[in-house]
Write a protein that binds this ligand. Sequence first.
Ligand code: GZL
Length: 329
Amino acid sequence: MKFVKAMLAVGLGAAIAASAMTSVQAKELTIGFSQIGAESEWRTANTNDVKAAAERHGVNLKFSDAQQKQENQIKAIRTFIAQKVDLIGFVPIVATGWDNILREAKRAKIPVLVMDRDLTVSDPNLYVAKIGTDSVTEGKKAFNWIDEYCTKNNIKPRNGGDKINIVILEGTVGSSAATGRGTGFNEALAASPNKDKYNILASQTGDFTRQKGQEVMESFLKNYRNDIDVLFAHNDDMALGAIQSIEAAGLKPAKDIVIVSVDAVKGIFQAMIEGKANATIECNPLQGELFFETAKKIVNGEAVPKSVFVEEGVFPAETAKEVFPTRKY
Ligand code: GZL
């Protein structure tokens, strides 16, 4: 009889524990999320994916758009703390300036999960983990594609000189995406056996927007029209703006000037199909699923990797027509 009672007690205990676990998992999580803004096709796809994934996961999402201002992100995170959310997620618009607000979140015992861009903090324990993209590798892939293309097609400087001149449209100053892509590009250039063939003629931020990409490329063309052989744009939106300036200057994009950018959004696939861009390096914005899976693990007290990268490919123009229908963003 004693054995039966013992088994019943164990069974009852297990049932209580299971219902407690279920209640923790079933409790609707409230997550505060601070997004940078809506500066590019990529960002819009990232936002849409986060919102769709929150819906799928039954999460109560408090979403804030910072309109490209770090101070708005800091205000939003402070509001999430006051609202006692279960977890805070954010995309750091720039890499630095987060220590104080993350200390406030830590004091409030609210875990922080970073998405997309990297951040530099005095104590890595100020955030639990980062889900995102590897911008240094994206930069390396961009240069290596340009180097392979120029070598295979025997691209010669348009001005008859001995250097293939490259102009660069950089992303948001201080963002890990811009810093990383610049670092990766320069490291791959320095490591190339053909490095003496290339010259970085000009490099300036277009802040990841189409408008600024068009304006900065216009100024490059005014100053260096027939000296420019290659454009590397840190994102597709700036490349699309630059293409408009190149055409307005009476030059043929992708022919007179080789064009490579990063993101792989639908707009650049359309440009490649029209023969106006040469390649795009994928930077995957569809991080929502991994974000909320990881968020639930963190709230449930499970250990998670400090940094997880999403899968990313490279798409040259000749693949654009076939790949375009499969693109999700
Ligand atoms: C990259 C992401 C960048 C995209 C841009 O991870 O942060 O920000 O490349 C976007 O298009 O604006």
